[in-house]
Design a binder for this molecule. Structure first.
Ligand SMILES: [Zn+2]
Length: 209
């Protein structure tokens, strides 16, 4: 027989996970959607690892990753443009200029728009580098994203840039001064660590040649 106290602790723990830190659990991505968003019935069941199906109206709802972009913008001195996040999640931590793609937009268009909105800089070139999956906490949901990283060029990089939109501050940092642990979003932190390693290897190759 299962001890009552044990069951109570287990239920409390489950309740905590369900409502507070779903991104730390292996819960289904649509777990919080208890009712069919089309007909409103509660007979809305898990169909696959990324979808739920309504047994009343037949709707199958999927949770696929949202596309997002981030920019590595460097100036003539090899410094990287870094911004400070103005909003949650991870408010106050470092970030790269970027954000979510809009409906009907390409990732190339999105990176140019996001950089313009946050820094007022117009990119002259944006070359796709690599992508990383991530989970973005928003409104209590762990939104799966696929982040596209771009190596970007600007015609002239101003020394002082005014932050706007989702950025509260903009900084030019030399690769040696960049600490990836200060970047609050997981995929951005990993991408910056990759970028820093690439810069270090590039410097080594230059010295060797
Ligand atoms: Zn339905």
């Amino acid at each position: 027989m299962v001890d009552d106290n044990y069951m109570r602790i287990l239920l409390n723990y489950s309740f905590f996970c369900y409502f507070c830190i779903p991104y730390l659990t292996d819960m289904h991505p649509l777990e919080k959607f208890r009712y069919c968003p089309c007909c409103g019935t509660a007979d809305f069941q898990v169909a696959t690892e990324k979808s739920k199906r309504c047994r009343n109206c037949g709707l199958e709802l999927f949770m696929n990753p949202s596309a997002a972009v981030a920019a590595f913008i460097t100036n003539d001195k090899g410094e990287l443009l870094v911004c400070r996040r103005a909003k949650e999640p991870a408010k106050g931590t470092l970030d790269l200029p970027g954000g979510f793609c809009d409906i009907g937009e390409t990732v190339e268009e999105a990176v140019r728009r996001e950089v313009r909105e946050e820094t007022n800089i117009t990119l002259t070139d944006a070359e796709y580098a690599f992508s990383l999956p991530n989970k973005y906490m928003y409104s209590g949901l762990a939104i799966p994203t696929l982040d596209f990283f771009f190596e970007c060029k600007v015609s002239s990089a101003p020394d002082v840039i005014h932050a706007a939109d989702d950025a509260s501050e903009l900084l030019w940092l030399s690769p040696q001064k960049i600490d990836p642990s200060l970047f609050g979003l997981d995929s951005i932190r990993r991408a910056v660590a990759n970028w820093k390693e690439q810069q270090r290897n590039g410097d080594r190759n230059q010295i060797a040649n």
